[in-house]
Design a protein around this ligand. Structure first.
Ligand SMILES: [Zn+2]
Ligand SMILES: [Zn+2]
Length: 324
């Protein structure tokens, strides 16, 4: 199949504006880059933070989308592209094995054009092989929801009882990994969201309830995926001494002040920033072993705004994916 001259893309023009469908030239890969025909691109809460201006896009217009599954043009090779799209490789963080903290990093669908398009280009070094067991729409959510969840769980070390606050795309993948590792999951959802509670139980949650409730037992760790800083004190109160609250999102509303006694006994709060390629390789090898199954709602590329509105309103369970 030859590459056409023009393609469709969903473009971010500015804060709080809907994405705009645009015809634009198919991008030309530079040195070390590959041209990908996009098969699927997952949407993510980070896309809402970008649209709302809570995470800044420095140079609009920009094509969003950072959970890309595509075919390398001219080959049969199917690869996945994550949020981290480029790192400098020379700074202290990169050289120390923490490329997720590289101050020069460029992020897919934020600093570089992403996957809400028919085609995109990506730095070959940041393309992961996609496990053969996954059709493209089911692989896409592994690339951010899956990866960030996996990195968050690693910060819980050997915690046996783990709380998940917010039961969306990341949690529905992570619960499968955590249970496979022999952990118990306690799922916290918005009060009254019985659909999410049921969804969590169907995936093996030991307990599911509203986020302002105390779990039946004290937890060893909690991961917060919902962008609500008010959950941090609640999660701290649900922990045993020595327990850790891990904040998995890229943005969160302010954390209310708490008495020091609630952090006492060596409880801790940890943020998770981005991912390393090592996380990606490790997780994509692990996923088919579990095997992680992703629940996906598909939208056409030009329905991106509708998909994002449904994400904001919590109108689907699991993950949502755009299919060009
Ligand atoms: Zn994401
Ligand atoms: Zn660097």
């Amino acid at each position: 199949m030859s590459v056409p001259a023009a393609m469709r893309a969903m473009v971010f023009d500015g804060v709080r504006q809907p994405l705009r469908l645009e015809q634009r030239p198919v991008p030309v890969p530079g040195s070390g880059e590959v041209l990908l025909r996009v098969l699927a691109c997952g949407i993510c809460r980070t896309d809402l933070h970008l649209i709302d201006g809570e995470v800044e896009i420095a140079n609009p217009p920009r094509v969003l989308g950072h959970q890309i599954v595509g075919v390398v043009e001219g080959t049969e090779r199917v690869v996945g592209v994550p949020w981290v799209g480029w790192t400098c490789g020379t700074c202290e963080q990169c050289l120390g094995g923490h490329e997720n903290l590289c101050p020069n990093a460029r992020f897919t669908g934020c600093d570089i054009d992403g996957g809400m398009a028919d085609y995109t280009v990506a730095d070959e070094r940041f393309c992961f092989p996609v496990p053969a067991a996954y059709p493209a729409p089911h692989a896409a959510p592994l690339l951010c929801a899956g990866l960030i969840g996996f990195r968050s769980l690693r910060f819980c070390s050997d915690a046996q009882r783990v709380g998940l606050y917010g039961f969306g795309a990341a949690a529905h993948i992570l619960i499968q990994v955590a249970i496979w590792e022999g952990r118990e999951i306690y799922a916290f959802v918005r009060r009254g969201d019985t659909v999410a509670e049921e969804f969590a139980r169907s995936l093996g949650a030991t307990w599911a309830g509203p986020s302002d409730a105390m779990p039946p037992v004290a937890l060893d760790a909690a991961i917060i995926f919902a962008p609500d800083g008010g959950l941090v004190p609640l999660a701290l109160r649900a922990l045993k001494p020595g327990g850790r609250v891990v904040c998995g999102g890229i943005h969160m509303s302010d954390i209310p002040s708490i008495p020091y006694s609630e952090l006492w006994d060596e409880r801790s709060i940890q943020s998770v920033a981005n991912l390393t390629r090592e996380d990606g390789r490790e997780f994509l090898e692990l996923a088919p072993q579990v095997p992680v199954q992703t629940q996906v709602t598909s939208y056409r590329l030009e329905q991106a705004n509708e998909a994002l509105a449904d994400l904001r309103a919590g109108r689907f369970s699991g993950a949502a994916v755009l299919i060009p």
